[in-house]
Design a protein around this ligand. Sequence first.
Ligand code: ATP
Ligand code: MG
Length: 359
Amino acid sequence: MELAYEHLEPEECSTSIFEHCGLKIDPEPARELWEKILQHKWGLSEKLGRDVGTRVACVDFIENIAHLHNDHHDTESIQLLKSLGARMIDQSIWNTISESQPPKQIVNKRIILPLTVADLARKHAVIPPRTLIFFGPPGTGKTHFVQAIAGILQWWYVEVSPSTLMADGEDRLGANLKRLMEKAGSLDKVVLFIDEFEEIAGSRDQASRIDKSITNEFLKLIPLLKSQERKNLLVCATNYIQQLDAALLRPGRFDCIIPVGGLDDLGRRTIFEHFLADTNHGNVDVDRIVSVIELFTPADIEYLFQKVRQVAFEREYENGGNYSVTTETFLEIIPEVPSTLTHEIIMEFEQNCVQYTRY
Ligand SMILES: Nc1ncnc2c1ncn2[C@@H]1O[C@H](COP(=O)(O)OP(=O)(O)OP(=O)(O)O)[C@@H](O)[C@H]1O
Ligand SMILES: [Mg+2]
């Protein structure tokens, strides 16, 4: 019997073998598992210096090496992750954010450290947050932060926006949101990111009937997500924190509400140097440029580089030689790039910080 199984094609035998043992496993995971068992047989035989036989190999594999249900669960999880469009983010993105940026310090102390130095956090009864909101003006790097968190933790990154949840009609938003939260909540090591959060959880005082029901739905889903003992994070981002429903902002729903505002000198320098590294450049006085672009967001700096690189490309195309970007190139182009931030926007943001920040 043992030999007969070994000589069968994996597709033919794997499901029936497990059925024979009283386990119902889909063909694909069954085939993968069977291949592992066969490999394990050779490994074990070699280790023991004799042919252990398939039955012994199977028992040993299932009892000691692979937990069948976990394996099956893994396959299900992978399919679920695929359906959510999950992706892994490079760890290096974390280093593109300067240590001096307040949100980075908050995220590091409140989220990354309690998860990575878990024993110490447990000793002091520090519970890592599960639900966060990032708020701040456009282009300040909210999405970038969420990706950096997923990257540094090496957790899956799943991004959704209200528009994708409404792709099959506005009235499907609630149902799609519920399904999404249930799916993501059943997975481990996932950062679920909901952008443009005000569209989902706008204040019920001002909202239409459909919006109200979505906000209500969301209020019910959060405790459900948090009650599951899993390692996952729900992160929502908004440019309009003041539009969110007050009930959502009270402690208990979101563990942290973190502002992402303008950049300090070091923050601008870090991003500037990040983009400069990939630019064909000569002598660039970084200190000078960084002081000129005081109100630039990361998005503005990125756009500045896009324009400067295009200019360099066109000039070399027209004139030949080697066009290297210099301080003068930047000073020439900067007036063409309006900064997103203004003193009024910063003032309003600072007021919001006082009113809403919590971590
Ligand atoms: N620290 C950084 N280093 C390099 N690039 C960055 C950094 N922070 C942000 N960026 C880039 O700047 C752009 C704007 O950032 P991001 O999209 O994260 O801003 P946002 O606050 O989410 O904007 P919005 O409010 O419009 O959604 C992105 O292209 C992002 O890759
Ligand atoms: Mg964004």
